[in-house]
Design a protein around this ligand. Structure first.
Ligand SMILES: [Zn+2]
Length: 424
């Protein structure tokens, strides 16, 4: 059997239903898809044009970031140690008004894509109010996948414009478009009603920030007599196509609504900790079988887009907040960063696990480092020991976009030089 690419390595974590671990394994790729995988002794007469022998490595699906604002990379470290409303209203919104233009989106977006590739993220779910068409081109150049949410806040996109852009990208293999009403506290009722109709008519996903802070919930109860979740449910917006970022302050009734409507959650532990927003009830979500993906949020509130850090913090946060080391296990967290992330963005049939017929979005994590020795359990290492810089090779859609940490699709030196030059 002939194929285009074979990747070999010590451990393969396909992230399939059974959480199989293949020792000394291989994956064969033809064009954009995985054609075979198994133990190296089953490789038979498999001939490949290209071989990546990753040696002592973990080979796994590319990570999926379920909520970020890629264009905000240039605001990294601009304002820290502040509460959300002060941070947003006094620092981020004014900086956006002053600096965000086409050029900014292009350069800052490239920096984000570079950071994502170098830390093993192959697909991300984005939200921004400006320049998403430009970001789409950057993502395609980088060789990544993205679901780009077009933010409907003011200033931002109109629902009509989102529908238009979604049509332009209808058959695009790498870019999908979502409606993104920023939040209940930013978007008026008429907009949310329009979003509901458009989402249904055009079959689009909806990406929104929900119940991020206690104040957001208190204000919603004051203004609408309901929690943000109850309010969105009354508007008919909650469905299995709704992706709710944060979801920190949820009552048991809110959780019940999420479960019944099939709402998906993008969990951002580092951002929630840094802005002291609170601890999302992830343990309860998992018990209710609500799909939870992992997310960094934008580089202005994290301040990295390294999902490995996010995995570690996620596991630690829920253990200490539940005073129970058994909750949110390493396996559960790796699922959140891969197959469950794919479920959140509605792409679980194409990506999120390494299975025959699925897209070849694959990363290898090199283990020959002091902080990764010895190894008893690869899941434990991914969550508790590894970091983004341990990712060595990145393949998206069957194409090698980083080899031995050298990014093939973007000019790293140029992107870094441009970032150094940018000053506020
Ligand atoms: Zn956000």
């Amino acid at each position: 059997m002939n194929c285009d690419l074979i990747i070999k390595g010590k451990y393969i974590l396909p992230m399939d239903e059974k959480l199989t671990v293949i020792k000394d394994g291989f994956i064969a790729v033809s064009k954009d898809k995985i054609t075979t995988l198994g133990e190296i002794n089953e490789i038979g007469k498999c001939q490949a044009k290209k071989i990546i022998d990753a040696g002592n490595s973990i080979i796994m699906p590319g990570l999926i970031n379920t909520h970020t604002h890629a264009a905000m990379a240039y605001f990294r470290g601009l304002a820290d140690d502040l509460p959300l409303d002060v941070w947003l209203k006094e620092h981020i919104f004014p900086a956006e008004a002053k600096y965000v233009n086409n050029e900014f989106i292009k350069k800052s977006g490239k920096l984000s894509c570079l950071e994502m590739i170098k830390s093993g993220t192959t697909c991300f779910n984005d939200m921004y109010f400006f320049g998403q068409e430009i970001l789409a081109e950057v993502v395609k150049t980088a060789g990544l996948r993205a679901l780009l949410g077009l933010d409907l806040k003011n200033p931002g996109y109109s629902v009509e414009r989102v529908i238009e852009i979604a049509k332009q990208f209808k058959d695009d293999e790498f870019i999908k478009i979502a409606l993104a009403p920023h939040s209940v506290y930013v978007c008026p009722r008429e907009i949310l009603e329009k979003v509901k109709q458009a989402a249904k008519a055009e079959n689009l996903r909806v990406h929104i920030h929900v119940s991020e802070t206690k104040k957001e919930v208190e204000d919603s109860i004051k203004n609408n007599g309901k929690s943000p979740v109850e309010y969105l449910d009354e508007l008919g917006l909650l469905s299995d196509k709704l992706m709710a970022a944060h979801s920190v302050w949820l009552s048991d009734n809110d959780l019940e609504i999420y479960k019944n409507r099939g709402v998906k959650v993008a969990h951002c532990p580092v951002s929630n900790m840094k802005l002291a927003s609170g601890v999302a009830p992830v343990e309860k979500m998992l018990k209710s079988e609500i799909s939870v993906g992992l997310a960094t949020d934008g580089a202005a509130s994290n301040n990295t887009q390294d999902l490995f850090t996010e995995m570690r913090v996620c596991a630690l946060l829920h253990k200490v907040s539940n005073l129970n080391p058994a909750v949110v296990s390493a396996r559960e967290v790796v699922k959140m960063a891969t197959i469950n992330g794919a479920k959140v963005i509605g792409m679980e049939k194409e990506i999120g696990s390494l299975e025959v017929g699925k897209k070849a979005d694959i990363i290898t994590v090199g283990l020959n480092k002091p902080h990764l020795m010895p190894i008893y359990d690869p899941y434990s290492h991914l969550v508790y020991c590894a970091n983004g810089a341990d990712v060595k090779n990145v393949i998206v859609n069957g194409k090698v976009i980083m080899k031995n940490r050298e990014v093939k699709t973007l000019d790293e030196d140029k992107i870094l030089a441009e970032a150094v030059k940018f000053k506020i």
